[in-house]
Design a protein around this ligand. Structure first.
Ligand code: SF4
Length: 959
């Protein structure tokens, strides 16, 4: 009998639409296959620059996100007490007019009474702009939770940062150090990059208390003690300086190593740069033996030696200061080894390995280029050591200086934006720091008025802070106050607590988008839920009078909203991945992308971006209405994406601008722009000419290109800042200089933490007196298969992680008589405790417990069964984390955050453990009342049978 021909790839769809994944932050290109108008499956786009066809488990499971029974289906108005989950469905017109009524009253009286905070929002170029149009400074997104230490430290030091803003030179790096990188955040691009790197035999060193995915495939894993990474890095610096293995030529050309720092203790300019009459920093010119502008192309700068300034005062180069600090014995390997949990011999060996790769294995690209001075270079020469870092170092209260220390290490080795090193992705680098200042200073907020600029930015001196004359914070989260002066991404984790207290002032409306603030996005979850429901005992009114929440799903926070505005899924709407926000650029060139609606929503939901534009027009916000008061963007978000201009010719998308799509970067709006993106599989890229691809901070052709594209205000060189003068300005204010000074309570703190050179100090939680007896660190990590909290209700992904365990170091557990599968109590100084089941591990620092984050769900939420494993065997560490530090003498409790940036210090947590009694085993604790499902949810199926719809015969055979 003839064999039946086998078709290994039968057609499964009758239509394919391109778009961009939103299952994590990587923004991979996707091809969505449809059959009969329904989503059949999702495939990676091989032509897309981010993922080149690779699709991860999360991306594939986007189908289940789209079909989730937790999707909200209609606007809701609360009808029971807040937190009860009692809602009624209302029409969009009623929902929008209600919201506009609340918001309009605020704007007409005091716009600060709107606190508008978004979560893992990929439309921050819109949401931030909308806040400034409304006139409230109280805006931020997820960054203050997550990675602002990394972003701020990078932007104040090298003019760029890790994660999506830069990347290792995957083709040439020979030694990569990963600091605190988990698998959720930088997913496909990092995986494919690591694959390329390992195939070439390059070394991967992972520094992380926990040995999961990337650490597991690393050539070497260092299970560093949480919060000590900076000390480890500075010990490497010590060793490199001691051995003379630093790139002095690179430092002199591209950094402020030679800039002279005034040494005049007590003077108002002590520690600032000595400058000439034109404001240029000075150096000592070795050639002439005289002072000269450090930016003079003909200077041959000296890196050491005290000089006399024309006024007779002393000054020394930055390099001399840093060498003096880091050569001190307290940064030596023997001094730091125990604290870091890394043997001194390993620190010495790693420093020697870095020096060997950097200085004996130079990478050369035979590509001439021209630097900013006009000098022609025959070749591009680089040192093939690169670094990638993420939340593990960022989410500590010493994270800003730790991240600065990592950049210091890179600069000493001469490995920033060179062949083989860390590479900026355009539009970075930018001036260190960028020129944008936060708006909302005294006099900048007024009824019915816009802010004069964006709510977030980069202060460089005390006058940039958002504080009243007496030092009182002007933002509800206290970002950009003396408590967190460089809070470039805001302090979202303090919003509910401060609003509840009315500190620094009461607000009227808390407007949240995609931010699960009543559960996994809150520290001190139990009290946060109570604060959201709390009332004024005298009036009976809620302390936070109105809460508006927009989300696509029935998250835990829905129950606390007064008004719920249901969003679409990412497969049902337009989006743009904009250069004004967090684009999809590569080191070899910029790029941006769109999402297009792959299928129409069949529920009564609207894209949040459309809703925001509609509300803005109803409120008459100047940027959202035309001269006649009509909506400026009546076509909603796609209209805005195409037609909104942030400055003449610069809009949300850089591709196919100009009336006929002939321009890139700058150009008039093109009515056909979205179609051009769709024709090009929903993305746009541009490739830099080969002579522009490295040394971007000093590359004449790249700088001219960046200025022309609108990435830079001018084609000027960017000098990387080993020594941060802005930090010193804050220190001088603390010492009593300048017109804007901190209140007495803050002086000591500012003086301590605003050191212009990176330094290490124990995390603030370690310093707290109440910490006695809580000797173990506890951290979380997000798994490779999850990113948003919505991942653990996804029918396919929850088959991978439906419950979480607490992983304990084996030796510690055995010493405590704890075995695999036992149940334990974990307690913190906060007075809270959780009960969890353990798994023993050899892949974790010996003083550290860890677990997967955000697997635990509140019973009933996300339309999961109340007895779902996520509720009965999942848990959050958040219950143990206090959003406030203990009071330490002044009567004031600071945020549990980095004192420089306000970054939430999730990973500072210290705990103690106790074995649970046998009768206590079986379920995690605490448990909260099951949430009632709001009206309109699709009934949850007992069994997911998605594929059956596409196999009618097979499905028919099943019982
Ligand atoms: S890495 Fe992220 S963006 Fe890419 S496919 Fe996976 S979930 Fe989607």
């Amino acid at each position: 009998m003839p064999a039946r021909p086998l078709d290994p790839s039968p057609p499964v769809s009758d239509q394919v639409k391109y778009s961009t994944c939103y299952m994590c932050a990587c923004r991979c290109g996707i091809k969505v296959h449809l059959k009969d108008g329904r989503i059949r499956y999702i495939e990676g786009n091989r032509n897309h620059p981010v993922n080149r066809g690779v699709l991860c488990a999360k991306g594939s499971a986007g189908i289940m996100q789209h079909h989730s029974p937790a999707r909200l289906s209609k606007p809701l108005r609360r009808v029971g007490p807040r937190g009860s989950g009692e809602f009624e469905e209302i029409a969009w017109e009623e929902a929008l007019s209600t919201a506009a009524g609340w918001l309009g009253a605020i704007r007409a009286s005091d716009p600060r009474k709107l606190a508008f905070f978004t979560g893992r929002d990929q439309s921050q170029a819109l949401t931030g702009w909308w806040a400034s149009q409304f006139g409230t400074p109280n805006y931020a997104a997820h960054g203050g939770f997550c990675s602002v230490n990394m972003a701020a430290a990078g932007l104040y030091t090298i003019g760029g940062s890790f994660w999506e803003f830069g990347e290792p030179d995957w083709d040439r790096t020979r030694y990569l150090i990963l600091f605190g990188v988990a698998e959720d955040h930088h997913s496909n691009p990092l995986k494919t990059g690591l694959g390329r790197l390992k195939a070439r035999g390059a070394k991967v060193l992972s520094v992380n208390p926990v040995r999961t995915g990337y650490s597991a495939i690393a050539d070497e894993w260092l299970g560093v003690t949480p919060g000590s990474d900076g000390l480890f890095v500075l010990a490497l610096v010590h060793e490199l300086l001691r051995a003379g293995k630093v790139d002095l030529d690179y430092l002199a050309r591209y950094t402020n190593a030679s800039w002279l720092v005034i040494r005049d203790p007590g003077a108002a300019d002590d520690g600032l740069f000595a400058r000439d009459a034109a404001g240029n920093p000075l150096c000592r010119d070795r050639g002439r033996g005289a002072l000269r502008a450090a930016t003079d192309p003909d200077a041959i700068p000296s890196l050491r030696g005290e000089v006399r300034l024309p006024d007779g005062r002393a000054a020394v180069p930055v390099f001399q200061l840093l060498a003096g600090r880091y050569l001190a014995a307290d940064y030596g390997p023997d001094a730091v080894a125990e604290r870091c949990g890394v043997p001194a011999a390993a620190i010495r060996r790693i420093a020697a390995e870095l020096a060997e790769v950097a200085f004996n294995q130079e990478v050369v690209i035979e590509q001439p280029w021209t630097d900013w001075t006009g000098r022609r270079h025959d070749r591009m020469v680089g040192r093939p050591v690169s670094v990638h870092a993420m939340r593990g170092i960022s989410a500590h209260s010493n994270g800003f200086h730790t991240c600065r220390a990592i950049h210091l290490l890179q600069l000493l080795l001469g490995t920033v934006d060179v062949p083989g090193g860390f590479r900026h992705r355009p539009p970075f680098p930018r001036p260190a720091p960028p020129a944008q200042k936060p708006a909302g200073r005294p006099g900048q907020v007024a009824p019915n008025a816009c802010l004069p600029g964006p709510p977030l930015g980069f202060p460089t001196e005390p006058a940039d802070l958002l504080v009243a004359d007496d030092g009182t914070p002007l933002r509800i989260d206290k970002a950009f106050s003396w408590e967190a002066p460089l809070a470039a991404h805001g302090m979202m984790h303090m919003v509910v607590t401060n609003a509840w207290k009315g500190d620094p002032y009461p607000i009227d409306t808390l407007f949240l988008y995609m931010a699960n603030m009543a559960w996994n996005s809150a520290m001190n979850t139990t009290d946060t839920m109570a604060m959201l429901c709390d009332t004024d005992p005298e009036t009976g009114a809620y302390r936070i009078p109105h809460i508006i929440y927009s989300d696509a799903y029935f998250s835990e926070t829905v129950a606390y909203a007064d008004l719920v505005l249901p969003d679409t899924t990412y497969l049902e709407r337009w989006d743009c991945i904009s250069l004004l926000d967090r684009p999809i650029c590569e080191a070899d060139g910029p790029g941006d992308a769109i999402r297009q609606p792959v299928v129409p929503p069949e529920r009564d939901v609207r894209p949040f971006q459309d809703v925001l534009l509609d509300l803005g027009a109803r409120l008459g916000l100047p940027g959202l209405v035309d001269e006649a008061g009509r909506p400026r963007y009546p076509g909603g978000y796609p209209d805005y994406i195409v037609n909104h201009e942030r400055q003449p010719g610069v809009g949300m998308l850089a591709g196919w601008r100009g009336a006929a799509g002939e321009a890139e970067g700058r150009g008039a709006p093109n009515p056909n722009q979205l179609n051009k993106y769709i024709e090009n599989q929903c993305f746009w890229t541009q490739h830099l000419a080969p002579e522009m691809r490295f040394f971007k901070h000093a590359n004449r052709d790249y700088l001219a290109y960046a200025a022309n594209m609108g990435f830079l205000a001018q084609a000027a060189p960017i000098f990387m800042q080993l020594y941060s003068e802005p930090l010193q300005r804050f220190r001088l204010a603390a010492a009593g200089h300048g017109p804007v000074q901190p209140p007495e309570r803050e002086r000591e703190r500012i003086a301590a933490y605003f050191d212009p050179l990176p330094f290490w100090y124990p995390p603030l939680e370690d310093q707290a007196q109440e910490n006695a007896g809580f000797g173990l660190h506890a951290v979380t990590q997000r798994p490779m298969a999850m990113y948003h909290s919505w991942g653990s209700q996804n029918a396919w992904l929850r088959q991978i992680h439906a419950a979480n365990r607490m992983f304990l170091p084996r030796a510690l557990a055995e010493a405590e008589g704890i075995a695999d599968d036992d149940w334990i109590w974990v307690e913190s100084r906060h007075g809270r405790r959780i009960k969890v089941q353990v798994r023993l591990s050899d892949g974790v620092n010996g003083k550290t417990l860890w677990t997967w984050n955000a697997i635990g769900k509140r019973a009933g939420a996300w339309n999961l069964a109340p007895d779902a494993p996520e509720a009965t065997r999942g848990f959050l560490l958040n219950h143990l984390i206090d959003e406030l530090l203990p009071e330490q003498g002044s009567g004031y409790r600071y945020a549990c955050a980095d004192p420089v940036t306000g970054q939430a210090a999730w990973y500072d947590l210290k705990v103690r453990i106790r074995k649970a009694a046998p009768a206590e085993a079986g379920e995690t604790w605490p448990r909260f009342d099951a949430l009632a499902a709001p009206p309109g949810l699709t009934p949850r199926p007992e069994q997911s049978r998605y594929g059956a719809a596409f196999r009618p015969r097979a499905a028919a055979k099943r019982p």
